[in-house]
Design a protein around this ligand. Structure first.
Ligand SMILES: *Cc1c(COP(=O)(O)O)cnc(C)c1O
Length: 383
């Protein structure tokens, strides 16, 4: 049996060096004199990744936890929050806002189209009391990339605090937190960084800390309370509770691999291979889900060809070829497949094997389309 291949948009495959690192001997963070420096170096790497000088933290909890913590920190009861909703995660943000008794003001677009700066101007004029905007960089369930570099300056101009979900773009697309004015940016360990799942990476701007300090009522809760980290780790160098040692060791190795390659080169690799994946699918007559120009380089959503059963196909691909691709959820369940070509997965032979396996299984299931023959479409740029 061939080695299993997880071509999913997270968790991705994990490099051997990362797995070995996560198996390193245990330590006691509270007592080990090396540990604070290790954690500080790691958050320094997160600053490089997010292009920011702001405070960065790595929290023990899947990135969803970070999204909730960010909303809990910046949204108070009655606050109006602009929610840019053109995908599953965008709509999901509105639920978090309501849970913390904020008032979501949703700007809705269909799941194929990215937001543009012009979309924002009207709502910003109509709703002068908006305090925060939450937005998603890459909508993983639909493979859509919102051009946040164009949106953020408009939001900052209007004086809004911004929370960005960059969970499935960080490491595959530039994320320029300081230049663009992101107040809380969220990343996860198991997407484009290809470390095991379970960690939230985030940065918190000075304006976000000030907003937390100036709240009418304290942030509710304990574990999701970001201000706790200010009072402990950032002010006294003490951890508020035990950090997840092995996960952090794994993340350290994953970030070493990324920075050994070079962040820009890794982003370029994912761009080129993303283009190759889309070109291959289109050449075979399949429909890539987002409109051209709005596709993410980390994940491609492609419409399931007519007459092919979603579950039966993916089951066959896994059982016969040991290749795993993802379906989707929300309104896209049963309508698209998703190929995760992020981080560790963005490697030509893995993509090649995926297409050959898909081609064989599609033919066995009676598909009459053109072959899914991998084509090299991209240009390596800038070097
Ligand atoms: C993966 C992901 C998250 C985190 O979701 P999990 O269910 O914890 O994996 C959040 N936002 C986006 C855009 C993601 O792709």
């Amino acid at each position: 049996m061939r080695e299993p291949l997880l071509m999913t948009p997270g968790p991705t495959g994990v490099d051997e060096r990362v797995r070995q690192a996560a198996a390193r001997p245990m330590t006691v963070p509270e007592l080990d004199p090396e540990f604070p420096g290790f954690y500080r170096r790691l958050t320094g790497r997160v600053q490089e990744l997010m292009e920011t000088k702001a405070d960065c933290l790595i929290l023990d909890g899947e990135a969803i936890m970070g999204l909730e913590a960010a909303v809990a920190a910046l949204v108070e009861p009655g606050d109006k929050v602009l929610v840019l909703a053109n995908g599953v995660f965008g709509h999901g943000f509105a639920d978090f806002v309501e849970m913390y008794q904020g008032i979501p003001v949703k700007l809705v677009k269909d799941y194929r189209h990215p937001f543009a700066a012009d979309d924002l101007k009207k709502v910003l004029d109509q709703e002068p009391e908006l305090k925060v905007c939450v937005l998603v960089h890459c909508e993983t369930p639909s493979g859509l990339l919102n051009p946040i570099g164009e949106l953020l300056p408009v939001l900052k101009e209007a004086g809004l605090l911004t929370i960005v979900d960059a969970v499935s773009s960080l490491g595959a697309h530039p994320v320029k937190c300081d230049q663009w004015g992101i107040d809380i940016c969220l990343g996860g360990s198991q997407k484009c960084l290809s470390a095991p799942p379970g960690l939230t990476l985030l940065c918190i701007s000075t304006a976000a800390w000030q907003a937390m300090a100036g709240r009418r009522a304290p942030i509710p809760g304990y574990y999701l309370n970001l201000s706790l980290w200010r009072r402990t780790y950032l002010e006294k160098g003490e951890f508020p509770y035990t950090p997840p040692v092995s996960s952090l060791h794994g993340l350290e190795a994953a970030l070493e691999l990324l920075f050994e390659e070079g962040l820009e080169i890794a982003i370029d690799r994912q761009r080129v291979l993303g283009e190759a994946v889309r070109a291959t699918l289109r050449e075979a007559g399949l429909e890539v889900y987002p409109v051209p120009g709005a596709e993410a380089n980390s994940v491609t959503a492609v419409e399931i060809p007519r007459g092919i059963d979603d579950r039966a196909f993916r089951h066959r691909l896994w059982e016969e070829k040991r290749v795993m691709i993802a379906g989707s959820y929300g309104p896209l369940a049963g309508r698209v497949w998703r190929l995760g070509h992020m981080g560790y997965n963005a490697e030509p032979s893995r993509i090649f094997r995926t297409f050959l396996a898909m081609d064989t299984c599609l033919k066995e299931m009676g598909w009459k389309g053109k072959p899914l023959a991998p084509i090299w479409a991209g240009k390596m740029g800038g070097r």
